[in-house]
Design a protein around this ligand. Structure first.
Ligand code: ADP
Ligand code: TMP
Length: 239
């Protein structure tokens, strides 16, 4: 599969066309950013760790019957994926309160949310990814009601599968964000699942093992991502 025209340079990945119209290559870079691009850094190895981690998770989700864009790893930084028509609405599930939910509602970090909450965010850097609701998303033409319903069911299914997976490895899946797209009329999971787009805490110590280490200046960001990968049995030998 040949990497051709650069289609898009995002905050953490670059997207290339390939010689097949249904496929793209995603290149995971070492760039980290937070607070809508206010805080940026280069974190050595992050791109490779996230790419290998994401491949592992996407394979677990596929085994659980969730269709994803993952096709195959090309090398430690690059992955071949299905080219999706991305839906600009991000799906967030929270099992415990953290981040913007605490700021918005004055809730204490760590409060268990029963049942887990489901939220939508409009993917727009200029607006800082604002929270939106279903009727706004439909009225503004970002997704149909049916697509949103499918995305919600799939996000809860991902939560079930990954909560169990992380729990077995001694971690709490606090919250996470997913992006979906359309592939030949089907809703398919796209983008990535990595510690950049979720919150993970050690079950015993509540140590943060995700991007909050970068946001909050806690240090050892990639080391924490590698610890998560090792606990799950992700093979990082190729890095
Ligand atoms: P951002 O756009 O938030 O800066 P990234 O740096 O991760 O994010 O860039 C990757 C981009 O590729 C994102 O905009 C994401 O929506 C898009 N993307 C992810 N997977 C696919 C896919 N399978 N098909 C098309 N676009 C995708
Ligand atoms: P939040 O607390 O900032 O709203 O984020 C909830 C979770 O979703 C957290 O794990 C980070 C993730 N997330 C992203 O990675 N990107 C986004 O654009 C949004 C809105 C959330």
């Amino acid at each position: 599969m040949l990497k051709q025209t650069l289609l898009y340079t995002g905050k953490a990945k670059s997207v290339y066309e390939t010689d097949h119209p249904d496929h793209l290559i995603l290149v995971f870079r070492d760039d980290a950013s937070a607070f809508n691009g206010e805080k940026v850094a280069q974190l050595d190895r992050k791109g490779k760790v996230n790419n290998l981690f994401n491949a592992f998770i996407m394979e677990k989700l596929a085994e659980a019957g969730i269709e994803t864009h993952f096709e195959k790893l090309i090398n430690p930084s690059e992955v071949l994926v299905k080219k999706l028509d991305m839906i600009p609405v991000e799906c967030v599930i929270r099992n415990y309160a953290a981040g913007s939910l605490c700021r918005r509602l004055g809730v204490e970090e760590g409060k268990q949310l029963t049942p887990p909450t489901f939220e939508l965010f409009f993917k727009d850097d200029a607006l800082g990814d604002p929270m939106v609701n279903e009727s706004q998303s439909v009225a503004l033409g970002w997704a149909t009601e049916e697509q949103l319903a499918q995305m919600k069911v799939l996000t809860y299914k991902v939560n079930e599968v990954l909560t169990a997976l992380f729990n077995e490895a001694g971690m709490i899946l606090v919250d996470f964000k997913l992006e979906f797209g359309v592939f030949h009329d089907r809703i398919v999971l796209g983008d990535e699942f990595s510690p950049d787009g979720c919150r993970l805490w050690d079950k015993e110590t509540k140590k943060k093992l995700d991007k909050d280490r970068f946001r909050q200046g806690l240090g050892d960001v990639v080391e924490a991502y590698e610890e998560v990968a090792h606990r799950l049995g992700v093979n990082l030998d190729s890095i």
